[in-house]
Design a protein around this ligand. Structure first.
Ligand code: CU
Length: 348
């Protein structure tokens, strides 16, 4: 309500200014003076006032909305991104403020005056050279630094990086960690059914010990490799604290490597918020349940991480064992083994 009142008041003030300046023009015309020059002067002053209010508004809104800015970065590459972002913001901010001041000041300083003609200034090669070359150099530096970090962020993960698979579906995330063998089993979309949500191929024994928890856990200062996919539409793995934003595409695997640097407990202290928790969201509007695609994320110390991992049971044990799904798998494995034996016999 207050907002509408403020807008209405501003509109009324605007109309008032227009009406007063019009009335002024009529008066001047009646007096035989040059009405246009008077309007020029009012416009010049208004430009100056507008420029000052505009710049004050920019500073105020930046301060006012600062709580909505990205939280402190909790990953290694996040600091690189933040540094680049800040450098770009400062450089463009300086240029923005200077050009806005110049715009307002010129409009006021050189408004129409009696007997004053516009100064004819067709070209200045030196000036044009400066305002072409300086921004070109600045942009080149920004792009080159950006590319350097881009290749570092998207380059191959180190050999010791732990693999976690993240699959998006309407409307939740499915995550899979390798079991004690350290190897993620193969999967196949043809094996997806109501029990086997990511289609783990249990004929491959690497998959038998894979775990599928309902929350993400990472060990602090360890490199991770996220293998990202989707089952239906395009989703997007969004981990704002870690500066991760990567598409989850059906049929087109993507990945993201990163190293978390601040544990959940440390972040609770840093933010002075005992309820603080990291979370993963879906960064693409993927349907009516999009906003429900939230998963809790924990960055643990080595001990916490091991304790959590030890408590996890394999997906096979929790969801498949003792169900009809197991009978099907056993049947298919037996069939596979017998056909392999059969072909062995025919070979000898
Ligand atoms: Cu989604």
């Amino acid at each position: 309500m207050t907002t509408y009142l403020v807008i209405a008041a501003l509109l009324l003030i605007g109309m008032l200014v227009v009406q007063i300046s019009k009335a002024n023009e009529y008066i001047n015309t009646l007096r035989g003076e040059d009405a246009e020059l008077d309007t020029d002067r009012i416009n010049g002053v208004l430009w100056l006032i507008f420029t000052i209010l505009f710049l004050v508004g920019i500073v105020w809104s930046t301060w006012y909305f600062s709580p909505l800015f990205l939280p402190e970065s909790a990953s290694e590459h996040g600091h690189w991104i933040d540094t680049m972002f800040n450098i770009t913001l400062i450089l463009t901010g300086i240029v923005f403020v200077l050009t806005q001041i110049a715009l307002g000041w010129f409009a006021w300083k050189y408004h129409g005056k009696k007997g004053k003609l516009g100064f004819y200034y067709p070209e200045n090669n030196k000036l044009e050279m400066i305002w072409t070359v300086v921004p070109a150099i600045a942009l080149t530096i920004l792009v080159v630094v950006g590319l350097y970090y881009w290749f570092r962020i998207t380059g191959p993960a180190s050999a010791d990086a732990r693999v976690v698979e993240i699959t998006g579906k309407q409307f939740n995330w499915l995550v899979r960690y390798p079991g004690p063998d350290g190897k993620l089993g193969t999967n196949n979309w043809k094996l997806i059914d109501e029990t086997n949500a990511v289609g783990i191929d249990f004929n491959n024994k690497d998959g038998l010990d894979d775990i599928m928890p309902t929350e993400l856990h990472f060990e602090v200062n360890k490199p991770y490799m996220l293998k990202i996919g989707a089952r239906d539409v395009i989703h997007d793995v969004g981990l704002p604290h870690f500066r991760i934003h990567m598409d989850a595409m059906p049929g087109l695997p993507t990945h993201f490597k990163f190293t978390p640097t601040i544990t959940t407990d440390e972040m609770k202290k840093k933010t002075n918020n005992p309820d603080f928790d990291y979370e993963m969201c879906c960064d693409y509007l993927c349907g009516k349940g999009h906003s429900a695609m939230k998963m809790m994320v924990y960055v643990d110390t080595k001990e916490q991480y091991q304790a959590w991992l030890q408590k996890q049971k394999s997906f096979f044990e929790t969801a498949i064992k003792g169900t009809d799904a197991e009978k099907k798998i056993v049947a298919s494995v037996t069939e596979k083994v017998s056909t392999e034996k059969g072909s062995d016999h025919s070979n000898h």
